[in-house]
Design a protein around this ligand. Structure first.
Ligand SMILES: [Ca+2]
Ligand SMILES: [Ca+2]
Length: 201
């Protein structure tokens, strides 16, 4: 109502976020106030983002995974996350539709952003994921997924691909919809439900 320009959040961004997330205008303004409290500049740097991950994974090395996640959220590629990118990230990873989550997962795995995923790109993300699994837990992984190379190979075979093949976004999403094992393998914490890309939601 009236002049609802809260802080420096423009009507344009508000409307775009209301369209692309499930958040109401009121919620978005509240989020924006706390965002500004944490990030007075209105932008999250890559370093800040890595620090957040370090707090959540104090016993692991989440740095490379954090960098990949940061890249996938930094949609205008300027090396910072603004409020809009941050909210879309939050929405996609917490409450987005299955398809949106998988679209985001695709952009995470498409490391060079050329629109297809290669086997080395899968390996790169899986290696980052392994750095976050503690060594004890790694010992209990099944034989065919207990190294980044083996897990990558297993995923690649599930997609029905040969070593030098590429995966399109459509194949990626369809493959995961058809085979829940792939969904388990591409996530960083297959044992836990928290933060998982639950395709039921
Ligand atoms: Ca950005
Ligand atoms: Ca690629």
């Amino acid at each position: 109502m009236g002049n609802s320009k809260s802080g420096a959040l423009s009507r344009e961004i508000l409307e775009e976020l209301q369209l692309n997330t499930k958040y109401t205008q009121e919620e978005l303004c509240t989020w924006y106030q706390s965002f500004l409290k944490e990030c007075p500049t209105g932008r999250i740097s890559k370093q800040q983002f890595e620090d957040i991950y370090s707090k959540f994974f104090p016993d692991a090395d989440p740095k490379s995974y954090a960098q990949h996640v940061f890249r996938s959220f930094d949609s205008n590629n300027d090396g910072t996350l603004d409020f809009k990118e941050y909210m879309i990230a939050l929405h996609m990873t917490s409450s987005g539709k299955a398809n949106q989550k998988l679209e985001w997962a695709f952009s995470l795995y498409d490391v060079d952003g050329n629109g297809t995923i290669s086997k080395p790109e899968v390996l790169e993300i899986i290696m980052a994921i392994f750095k976050m699994i503690n060594v004890e837990d790694q010992k209990h992984l099944p034989e065919d997924e207990n190294t980044p190379e083996r897990r990558t190979h297993k995923i690649w075979v599930f997609f029905g691909k040969k070593d030098h093949d590429k995966l399109t976004e459509g194949e990626f999403i369809q493959g995961i919809m058809n085979n829940k094992e792939i969904l388990r393998l591409i996530q960083f914490e297959p044992q836990k439900d928290a933060g998982s890309w639950d395709t039921q939601s």
